[in-house]
Design a protein around this ligand. Structure first.
Ligand code: FAD
Length: 308
């Protein structure tokens, strides 16, 4: 309930303006966001990779409303990939891209612009020796994002997809994408969605997550289990064993700043673990989704505002 209210209230331009005025270094923002620049993101990557983890980097921003901003996002990814390559990190660092940040929502040719920008990023990633995963946004974009993924995979079959367990359609999408060479990140889903398309109850979402994991673990693709939920992490391990999967034929993924000890524990158990590192100036939407996931974060956030 709180999550839905917060995600709704966060659309207010006044609230966005007030919160965005906070410095990125302030407590709550710095906990979830690695910084505003590529060098800061590379530094965070170096630290995590030094501890045995892998990363995927997200240049923050979404819902761009003009062509120049979409191009600027693509350019930011090219610069990031260059810096990761120069630092010798691309064996352990890939990038995550939101199609709405590279033009998907632009009127008219939006999908085509997003596809071309994503293609440019995929090519740069391949040349740097790494891969791209397309993040998944709200349900109105799912068909478009999966359509662009299909097109991209013709030239870049290594491109990863994200599926959201809370969507009623996701089991079907898992079946479609559980084929050899297909990398699929499974998450619960972070947006405010209507009942008609998404399970609302936490237990129903968890059950749907387990059903989706079964399909992915028993399939021929590469499942990426993106969750901090201890129960789901344990179930993922059992399902992988039961499906006869070796370690390294699937991976765990968690967000920067969330359950870092668990990330290291899984690594010490011999699992592949990837941390999703967001960076950039446009951190508002990302921060609100993280706050909405956990009431305790809100208290921390309130304290950050007061001590500003
Ligand atoms: P929850 O039930 O929310 O949390 C389980 C436990 O994890 C909590 O009890 C708490 O201990 C800890 N925890 C979880 N969230 C927080 C938090 N914010 N602060 C502190 N502790 C927390 N969603 C999308 O819709 N599209 C995407 O493309 C997408 N990509 C993602 C990529 C990665 C690598 C990850 C890990 C998540 C991604 N998400 C994405 C977000 C995801 O959908 C969930 O909203 C988020 O992961 C919280 O769900 P959970 O599975 O961790 O379970």
């Amino acid at each position: 309930m709180l999550r839905r209210v917060l995600l709704g209230v966060s659309r207010s331009p006044q609230i966005k303006k007030a919160v965005s005025a906070m410095p990125v270094s302030s407590g709550i923002v710095a906990r979830f966001v690695a910084g505003e620049t590529a060098p800061e993101a590379v530094l965070a990557t170096e630290k995590l990779v030094g501890n045995g983890l892998n990363v995927t980097l997200d240049h923050l921003g979404e819902d761009v409303t003009d062509l120049a901003a979409a191009t600027a996002t693509a350019d930011a990814y090219l610069e990031l990939l260059k810096q990761l390559s120069e630092a010798g990190l691309t064996a352990h660092a890939e990038v995550s891209v939101k199609l709405s940040a590279v033009g998907q929502a632009l009127p008219g040719d939006g999908e085509k612009i997003a596809l071309e920008n994503a293609r440019t990023i995929c090519l740069a990633a391949r040349n740097a020796g790494t891969t791209v995963t397309l993040d998944m946004e709200d349900h109105t974009t799912t068909d478009s994002t999966l359509g662009i993924l299909r097109e991209l995979r013709q030239d870049f079959p290594e491109t990863g997809a994200v599926l959201q367990a809370y969507l009623r359609r996701t089991e079907g999408d898992c079946r479609d994408l559980a084929h050899a060479g297909s990398r699929v990140r499974l998450c619960k889903g972070a947006y405010k969605e209507p009942e008609s398309v998404a399970y609302q109850d936490k237990r129903a979402v968890d059950k749907a997550y387990v059903r989706a994991m079964k399909i992915l673990m028993n399939g021929d693709g590469y499942p990426m289990i993106a969750s901090h939920d201890p129960r789901l992490i344990a179930i993922a391990g059992s399902l992988a064993d039961r499906a006869g999967r070796e370690r390294g034929s699937y991976e765990y993924q968690m967000l920067f700043g969330i359950r870092p000890e668990e990330q290291l524990r899984l690594f010490r158990e011999g699992q592949t673990v990837r941390v999703y590192i967001p960076y950039g100036e446009d951190w508002y939407g990302y921060l609100v989704r993280r706050l909405a996931e956990r009431p305790a974060n809100l208290q921390f956030f309130a304290r950050s505002l007061i001590s500003k």
